[in-house]
Design a protein around this ligand. Structure first.
Ligand SMILES: [Zn+2]
Length: 284
């Protein structure tokens, strides 16, 4: 493990860049309503939330906690209600809620689809704390539901789009947030940027191609959804019908290149590890 995930001091958890705004950074410490067991023997503090659970349960799932709990407590360790307090720096309390929901299911688990945020949260923590069975379960889900190549994704039947409308509210929210980050950084319609790419260096009719590009730009600007969706779009021949051959080639090339570049960064927009890491985890 590159950096120590835990600290038993009373310092605040160290801050680090994270996709979700840290709105409650200075909030007073609160006990979890759900996971505060009176017979728990350790308190985990994540951001401003404390969970009181059993060392044995954590140790059963995670060798990281097993090792930690096998060390004797320092004699001057401050205790709260007789429990040591373990600060989990860099973790998110909502991820811990998802993980604890998975460890302590409230009902006999039916095969229901986890929300994307739940999957991402449990994956993050199961990787950090080496909870192998949970990590493999998350990766199986991810692989089945989110193919990891653009070609595979494009080959998916169109009912995937219909399925989007049936997603749970938090999944749809995660999709919209991811999209916002994505279009802030990228759009395959980069080829429409004024006077940079089109007319191209080999253009044979620069006035016509420039005005054709502006026409498409206007149409795209009043239909922002088509820009958002363009990651998975095929090139539309309407866009290039008034462009010369050289400009068409150049525009298609930029479109394709930026699609690939965005695909490569896609997991990051949703707070997931990158494709290489996801694939590597998959093989073990
Ligand atoms: Zn041209």
């Amino acid at each position: 493990m590159a950096d120590a995930p835990v600290s038993q001091s009373n310092e605040r958890p160290s801050k680090r860049a994270r996709p979700i705004p840290e709105s409650d950074a200075d909030a007073p410490v609160q006990r979890s309503n759900t996971y505060w067991f009176d017979d728990g023997n350790v308190i985990l503090q994540v951001e401003s939330t404390q969970f009181r659970i059993s060392k044995g349960v954590l140790a059963m799932h995670s060798p990281v906690f097993r090792d930690m709990f096998s060390l004797p407590l320092p004699s001057n360790e401050p205790l709260v209600e007789n429990c040591p307090v373990v600060l989990l720096a860099g973790d998110r309390s909502e991820d811990w809620l998802y993980l604890l929901d998975a460890i302590f299911p409230a009902e006999y688990r039916v095969e229901e689809k986890p929300a994307f945020a739940e999957l991402a949260g449990v994956l993050r923590l199961s990787k950090k704390y080496d909870i192998d069975a949970f990590r493999r379960g998350c990766l199986r889900r991810l692989k089945a539901e989110y193919p990891d190549s653009l070609a595979e994704h494009s080959a998916l039947p169109k009912e995937v789009e219909a399925a989007l409308s049936t997603l749970r509210a938090e999944d749809r929210a995660a999709c919209v947030l991811g999209h916002l980050k994505m279009i802030a950084a990228y759009t395959p319609h980069r080829w429409l940027k004024p006077e940079i790419h089109i007319p191209c260096a080999d253009c044979v009719q620069s006035d016509e191609c420039d005005s054709a590009r502006q026409d498409v730009l206007l149409k795209q600007a009043i239909a922002p959804l088509s820009i958002i969706g363009a990651l998975f779009d095929e090139w539309d021949d309407d866009w290039s019908e008034d462009l010369c051959e050289a400009c068409t080639r150049r525009a298609k090339q930029i479109f394709k290149e930026t699609q690939e570049a965005c695909w490569a960064k896609l997991p990051s927009y949703f707070g997931l590890p990158d494709w290489d890491e996801l694939r590597r985890l998959d093989i073990e």
